[in-house]
Design a protein around this ligand. Structure first.
Ligand SMILES: C[S@@+](CC[C@H](N)C(=O)[O-])C[C@H]1O[C@@H](n2cnc3c(N)ncnc32)[C@H](O)[C@@H]1O
Length: 254
């Protein structure tokens, strides 16, 4: 699914969005990788963490979005524009990280076994994806899109965008890898008005924004906002709890 990305909007919740990357990195045991690859690097602020962790490694980054590649380059990351479906591991790609990307790639379960099999021996393939497609934030979008005013105008991913954690574990194990798979639900405390709507505007709502004219998109958001407020009520102190489930899978190649 090709949709436009807004780096500034995406960075709006930087602390919450970055945390899973740190958690993923903590489970990669590579000591002296030759090359470290960040697939779907986004604005590149997290790619910089890879260079900091492995200063002697060559760090390669790519993303399918021209806007994100430009944002990453403006930080000094040598990112290239490429679709992850076209990626194949190089002989020195000892660490591959892909964080919050593969949920956008419907074929990723078909691609994973080949990627792992083609990596160098003792390599690390580490992925993180949101596991919240059944959460109100996503279900409410799908429900609204199914109402007569919106039906047939936008296609968004259903609840099957990613498998359960065991799905990743099975695939990686079948490829002969050592497997480390887990899930975490971050209870995120957001501030400000309509924070869940602002959060999903940078991610889950992008296909809606891309498919609709600006006026229609504004109308869609206006209809969605009160439903989100009901599902994620503001607390007395003005903050809002936004539970966010994420899945992690790290494969160590044989
Ligand atoms: C939610 S952002 C994640 C960025 C960064 N990895 C992070 O953890 O913050 C998702 C990124 O995946 C990229 N992306 C989506 N589909 C892609 C594809 N098929 N190939 C490469 N990048 C893709 C988007 O352009 C976007 O920059």
């Amino acid at each position: 699914m090709s949709t436009s990305w807004d780096p500034a909007l995406y960075l709006g919740f930087d602390d919450h969005r970055s945390r899973p990357f740190h958690d993923l990195l903590a489970r990669i045991g590579a000591e002296a990788p030759r090359r470290v690859v960040d697939l779907g690097c986004g604005p590149g602020h997290l790619t910089a963490l890879l260079a900091a962790r492995w200063p002697d490694a060559q760090v390669a980054a790519s993303d399918s979005s021209a806007e994100m590649v430009a944002a990453a380059r403006s930080r000094g990351i040598e990112a290239e524009q490429a679709d992850v479906v076209d990626w194949t591991p190089g002989a020195h790609d000892d660490v591959v990280v892909t964080s919050a990307v593969l949920q956008w790639v419907p074929t990723h379960l078909d691609l994973l076994p080949g990627w792992i099999a083609a990596m160098p021996s003792g390599g690390w393939f580490a992925l993180q994806v949101p596991g919240n497609f059944g959460a109100p934030s996503h279900v409410l979008i799908r429900e609204l899109l199914d109402e007569p005013a919106w039906r047939g105008r936008v296609t968004v991913r259903g609840g099957d965008a990613v498998p359960e954690p065991a799905g990743y574990a099975e695939l990686m194990a079948a490829a002969g890898a050592d497997v480390d798979v887990w899930e975490t639900t971050y209870l995120q405390r957001l501030t400000g008005e309509d924070p869940v709507l602002r959060w999903i505007s940078a991610t889950a709502l992008r296909p809606v924004r891309d498919a609709l004219e600006p006026d229609a998109y504004a109308a869609f958001r206006a209809e969605l906002a009160p439903r989100l407020r009901e599902a994620y009520p503001a607390r007395a102190d003005g903050t809002t709890w936004f539970p966010f489930r994420r899945l992690f899978a790290v494969a160590r190649t044989p």
